[in-house]
Design a protein around this ligand. Structure first.
Ligand SMILES: *[C@@H]1O[C@H](CO)[C@@H](O)[C@H](O)[C@H]1NC(C)=O
Ligand SMILES: *[C@@H]1O[C@H](CO)[C@@H](O)[C@H](O)[C@H]1NC(C)=O
Ligand SMILES: *[C@@H]1O[C@H](CO)[C@@H](O)[C@H](O)[C@H]1NC(C)=O
Ligand SMILES: *[C@@H]1O[C@H](CO)[C@@H](O)[C@H](O)[C@H]1NC(C)=O
Length: 540
C-alpha cells in the first residue's frame, strides 16, 4: 500500500522532482530476452536465464545486483547437441524454433552447482550443471526418451528437495514432479492443476516458489494473463488467482505482459519480471513490484492513473551499474581473442570454418558443404541482438578472399530477412541489397530466396579496393515505422544508401526478433573467405 502512495506521489511531482536515479524505466532492457527465469545466486547477484531457440551457444544468462543494470554472463548450453538439424544440414530438417525455450535456472547450495533444466525437441528434458554461471557447463543427463517437462520451473525446497513444475496435455494440466536427490531422475509425479480449474485453453510458463510456508506456482495463459496458485503442499490442492490480467503494456504498441518470474530482494520486497511482445524487436523484459495481500496472494502494482503496467517505478535496490554497454558496443575483431557472449551463431557453427586472430580479425570461410543461395541454410551466420528503438550496426569487411559466387555482408535477420552485401560474380565485385528472404515462420522450409532490389557494380575484382563498410539502421518500435535501411561505404566515412526501405516483419510465430547477422556463403564452390575487421552496434 505504501508503495502505491509513493508511486502516485512521484507521478504527481513529475519529472522535475522525481530524480531519474531513483526510478527505473520499462522495458528494463530494450532487447530480446524472452521467458526469463530469475533467481538469486550465492554471490548476492540475480541471474536471468532466457530462451534463444536455434541460436548457439544457447540459453543465455544475464546478471544484475539491482534488477535494473544487467550484464551478459554467458550460456548454459555451449553447443546444441540435440540432433543433426542443429548443424544446418544441407538437406533435411533444420532446427529453427527448436532448441531452448521456457527453461529454468537455479543454484543449489548442497551441491554448489547451478542447474539448467529444459525440454528440447519435445522429446528430452535435459539437465546441464555448472559450478558457476560462467561455466564450465556440462550435460548431466535427461529424464528418459519422450519426457518433456514443457515450460518448466525448478524449486529447491528448504530441505533441499527438488521439484519441477510443468505443463502437460497441451497446457491443459500442470504436473509437479519430485526429483531424486541427485536431480537426475524422478521419484513422484502428481497432476496439480486440472482442466476446468482455469477457463482458458492452455497454461504455460510455469515457475514454483515457497514463501511463508506456502507453495506457489506462477504460470500464464499465453498472450494475456499471469496466474498465481497457492497450496500448503507441493502436491496441492492449489487455489489460483490472476496476477496480471490483460494489463496494458508500458511500451506503446507492446503486448500484455504475462510470462516471467517472481523475485524476492534481500530486503524482502517482491517483483514480477515479465516480458512485453514487441515485434519487430522481440520480447522485452518489464519489471513491476507486487504486494502480498492478507489472503496470501500477490497483486501487481500498476500505474495509479491508468491501471497499466508502469513505465517507471521506484528502484528496487540501490543502483549498481555494471560494465556492460548495451546501447553501443565496438567490437574490434583485430584485438579480440574470443567472441563475447553477446554473439550467437545461427545454429551450431562449423568451428573449422572461422578463426579469430589478433591483427587479422574474424575470418569467415564459406562453410556450407552443399553450396546454397539460401541464407537460412548458410552455416556460420554470426548474430547479435538489436538494442533500443532505433538500432544500427556497421560492419567493416575485407572481401579480398571472396571466390566467384560468394555472398557476404550484413543482414536484418529473422524469419523474414534482408541484407546488404558484397557479391563476387565472375570477376566483378558488386554491392547488393537483397530483400525478402523468407522462412516458414513455424520453422519449416525456406519460402523465398529473396529478391535483389539494387546492384551497385564496384569494378573488377582484384582491381578495386577490397575494404567495404556495411551499415544497417532500423526502427523496431512496435508502434513505429518497422523499417530498415542499408548503406555501404568504400572508405568508412561517406555512406551511400542502397535498396530503399525494407519493411520489417512483425509476426510473432518465429518467437524471436530481428538480429544483426554477419554472413558469408558460397553459391558455387567452397574455398573463399572474408575477414570481419570490426563491428559496431549503436542505438538512438
Ligand atoms: C503428468 O501427470 C499425469 C497424471 O499423473 C501423467 O499421466 C503424465 O505422464 C505426467 N506427465 C509427465 C510428462 O510426467
Ligand atoms: C569495462 O570493459 C571494457 C571493455 O571490455 C574494458 O576495456 C574496461 O577496462 C572495463 N572497465 C572496468 C572498470 O572494468
Ligand atoms: C549434397 O546434397 C546431396 C543431395 O542433395 C547429398 O546426397 C550429399 O550428401 C550432400 N553433400 C554433402 C557433403 O552434404
Ligand atoms: C516475400 O516473399 C513471400 C513468400 O514468397 C511472398 O509471399 C511475398 O509477396 C514477398 N514480398 C515481397 C514484398 O516481395
Amino acid at each position: 500500500m505504501l508503495k502505491s502512495v509513493l508511486i502516485t506521489a512521484l507521478a504527481l511531482l513529475g519529472p522535475a522532482c522525481a530524480q531519474e536515479s531513483e526510478t527505473f524505466t520499462n522495458p528494463i532492457l530494450y532487447e530480446d530476452f524472452p521467458d526469463n527465469d530469475i533467481s538469486l545466486g550465492p554471490d548476492g547477484a540475480f541471474y536471468y536465464s532466457a530462451s534463444n531457440f536455434h541460436y548457439s551457444p544457447a540459453a543465455p544468462i544475464l546478471r544484475s545486483y539491482d534488477l535494473v543494470d544487467w550484464e551478459f554472463v554467458g550460456h548454459s548450453i555451449p553447443r546444441q547437441n540435440f540432433g543433426d538439424g542443429y548443424n544446418l544440414p544441407p538437406t533435411g530438417e533444420r532446427a529453427y524454433r527448436g532448441g531452448t525455450w521456457a527453461s529454468t535456472l537455479r543454484y543449489r547450495e548442497s551441491t554448489g552447482l547451478w542447474y539448467w533444466i529444459g525440454c528440447v525437441n519435445f522429446y528430452h528434458t535435459w539437465v546441464y550443471t555448472a559450478p558457476n554461471p560462467e561455466g564450465p557447463w556440462t550435460n548431466a543427463g535427461n529424464y528418459g526418451n519422450g519426457v518433456c517437462f514443457y515450460d518448466n520451473g525448478l524449486l529447491i525446497d528448504d530441505d533441499d528437495t527438488m521439484y519441477i513444475v510443468y505443463s502437460f496435455n497441451d497446457g491443459k494440466q500442470v504436473n509437479v514432479t519430485q526429483l531424486a536427490p541427485d536431480g537426475l531422475s524422478t521419484v513422484r509425479t502428481e497432476k496439480v492443476i486440472e482442466p476446468g480449474q482455469v477457463s482458458v485453453d492452455s497454461i504455460e510458463g510455469n515457475r514454483m516458489y515457497k514463501f511463508n510456508g506456502f507453495y506457489y506456482i506462477l504460470n500464464d495463459h499465453p498472450g494475456s494473463t499471469a496466474y498465481v496458485w497457492k497450496s500448503e503442499s507441493p502436491w496441492g490442492p492449489y487455489e489460483g488467482k490472476p496476477l496480471a490480467d490483460n494489463v496494458q503494456s508500458p511500451l506503446p504498441g507492446g503486448g500484455a505482459p504475462h510470462q516471467g518470474s517472481l523475485i524476492e530482494t534481500p530486503q524482502g520486497d517482491w517483483y514480477f519480471m515479465s516480458f512485453t511482445w514487441a515485434f519487430p524487436s522481440g520480447r522485452l523484459p518489464v519489471l513491476a513490484p507486487i504486494e502480498w495481500q492478507d489472503d496470501g496472494f500477490p497483486t501487481l502494482v500498476t500505474d495509479a492513473t491508468t491501471g497499466a503496467w508502469g513505465t517507471s517505478y521506484p528502484l528496487p535496490l540501490p543502483r549498481k551499474p555494471l560494465n556492460h554497454s548495451w546501447a553501443s558496443t565496438n567490437y574490434p575483431f583485430t584485438t579480440l581473442t574470443t567472441l563475447p557472449p553477446t554473439f550467437e551463431w545461427n545454429h551450431n557453427p562449423d568451428t573449422d570454418s572461422f578463426t579469430l586472430t589478433p591483427d587479422v580479425g574474424l575470418v569467415l570461410s564459406t562453410a556450407t558443404a552443399n553450396e546454397t543461395d539460401d541464407l537460412y541454410s548458410a552455416r556460420n551466420t554470426l548474430t547479435h541482438r538489436v538494442h533500443g528503438e532505433f538500432p544500427t550496426a556497421t560492419l567493416e569487411l575485407d572481401v579480398g578472399g571472396m571466390a566467384d559466387g560468394d555472398r557476404a555482408g550484413l543482414a536484418a535477420f529473422r524469419d523474414r530477412s534482408a541484407y546488404i552485401g558484397a557479391h563476387r560474380t565472375g570477376d566483378e565485385l558488386q554491392v547488393v541489397a537483397r530483400f525478402n528472404m523468407t522462412l516458414d515462420e513455424w520453422g519449416g522450409p525456406t519460402l523465398d530466396l529473396g529478391e535483389v532490389v539494387e546492384t551497385v557494380p564496384l569494378g573488377a575484382f582484384g582491381e578495386v579496393g577490397t575494404r567495404l563498410w556495411f551499415r544497417l539502421s532500423m526502427d523496431v518500435r512496435p508502434d513505429g515505422a518497422h523499417e530498415a535501411g542499408f548503406e555501404y561505404s568504400v572508405d568508412g566515412e561517406a555512406f551511400v544508401a542502397v535498396g530503399g526501405k525494407y519493411e520489417l516483419y512483425t509476426g510473432w510465430a518465429f518467437f524471436l526478433g530481428y538480429r544483426f547477422g554477419i554472413f558469408n556463403y558460397a553459391t558455387k564452390a567452397l574455398g573463399g573467405s572474408v575477414t570481419a575487421v570490426s563491428f559496431a552496434t549503436g542505438s538512438k
